[in-house]
Ligand binder design. Structure first.
Ligand code: XIL
Length: 400
């Protein structure tokens, strides 16, 4: 009796053990399937973008405070080795009045990056948008003089770039100072900076101040639509002037707010050839490829509604075009690796892109929402989908 009881117990024990083994192997298999389902055959899912490109250039992403916590932060640490604050270092947000600096968010981003050994690009020191309006008014509300404006710009740059000296390895010193029109004689944007300084001197000055603030930081001029032939030539003129003036410029940030058919391979190569022929480096600073295209002009005699296209979202057709555009761009970019020192995506995943609230970015570049400022239409422009999973475009970018 004793014996048969012991035998039954042993038998039961073995059954439980076998059952546990079966369950465990199921769990393992399901987990493995979940992980490998992200991958294409032959590609290691444990690697991030930064690892695939470790012999090329840092791979970066624009971040906000929201990206520093939770799921996005894990993704950032896994995939990227460079960050750019999306808004928190711009003049308006960081320096809202003469004696007030908002360091909180910028410091938090810098601390996050430093603690994860991630490089930091600073963005930006002088721009016509998100500006610090107080800068343009004199002590009694009158328009500021050129001298006072440059003095304020200097103080701003010495203070901001000085605070992060040694931590920010590259700065967008001047952002978007070139005119968008097809008029080739209009090289410079008629911004407050340009108008008050009565010319483009503020650009040279900003570079000199940034160099004084942090002599080791790499200094970039940053702009969009830099592959469009007319704008490309205007940017080239500006760069030649900066070099002739001995401004301490290291390179050009091509924002890379692109579309499914823009730029063409030829335009991309030409832009790279022209900038690098001046001895300058290139960073692609704000990459995204919207799936949205401007609507065709209405056929005459019909109303715009009659020709409007229904919004079908991220269809297999646009997906294929986006994959092809990303692949084309990265094939070329890798060929120019000796000149390219950073690629940064503008936002983390398709869950939320700055283009979504601007009609999906129909107008291209930073002018993205000019005709559709408050229209919400998703752009699906990045390498991670709305669930933060790697898209097929991701695999096209790392498959080389
Ligand atoms: C955008 C941010 O992504 C938005 O959150 C903000 O509302 C407007 O600015 N060119 C630039 C970036 O240089 O600073 C812009 O960022 C996008 C276009």
């Amino acid at each position: 009796m004793e014996l048969s009881n012991t035998a039954t117990k042993a038998c039961r024990g073995m059954l439980v053990f076998a059952f546990t083994l079966i369950v465990l192997s199921f769990v393992r298999c399901a987990y493995k399937h979940q992980v490998t389902s992200l991958a294409t055959p032959g590609i290691n899912p444990d690697k991030g973008l930064k690892d695939y490109y470790k012999n090329y250039f840092p791979m970066g992403v624009a971040v906000s405070m929201a990206s520093l916590h939770g799921v996005d932060s894990a993704l950032i640490v896994k995939e990227f080795n460079s960050v750019t604050p999306e808004n928190d270092m711009k003049m308006g947000p960081i320096h809202p009045s003469e004696n007030v600096y908002n360091w909180k968010n910028a410091d938090a981003i810098v601390d996050f990056a430093v603690s994860h050994h991630i490089k930091i690009r600073g963005h930006n020191l002088c721009w016509h948008n998100q500006e610090a309006r107080w800068m343009f008014k004199g002590p009694n509300g009158e328009p500021v003089t050129k001298e006072l404006l440059l003095q304020r710009l200097k103080k701003h740059i010495l203070t901001v770039a000085g605070r992060y000296k040694g931590k920010i390895y590259a700065w967008d010193v001047v952002n978007e100072a070139v005119d968008d029109s097809d008029d080739t004689t209009q090289v410079y944007r008629k911004s407050n900076w340009y108008k008050i300084c009565n010319g483009p001197d503020f650009i040279d000055s900003a570079f000199k101040y940034a160099h004084e603030a942090d002599p080791n930081a790499k200094l970039y001029y940053n702009d969009y639509n830099s592959e469009h032939p007319v704008k490309r030539e205007k940017i080239y003129k500006l760069l030649k002037k900066l070099i002739a003036d001995h401004a301490p410029i290291d390179g050009v940030g091509m924002q890379a707010h692109w579309k499914l058919n823009d730029p063409s391979p030829d335009e991309l190569r030409k832009a790279l050839d022209e900038v690098t022929s001046l001895g300058l480096k290139v960073q692609f600073t704000e990459m995204d490829i919207t799936i949205r295209m401007p609507k065709p002009t209405p056929i005459s005699g019909t109303t715009p509604e009659a020709t409007s296209i229904p919004d079908s979202g991220y269809t297999p057709g646009v997906e294929a075009k986006q994959i092809a555009q990303y692949k084309m761009a990265f094939d070329i970019i890798r060929q120019y690796r000796q000149y390219i020192t950073n690629i940064t995506f503008w936002n983390v995943s398709d869950r939320s892109s700055w283009l979504d609230g601007r009609g999906g970015g129909l107008m291209g570049g930073a002018a993205a929402g000019v005709n559709t400022p408050n229209v919400v239409r998703k752009a699906y422009p990045l390498l991670f989908d709305e669930n933060r999973q790697r898209k097929k475009a991701y695999w096209a970018v790392v498959d080389f």
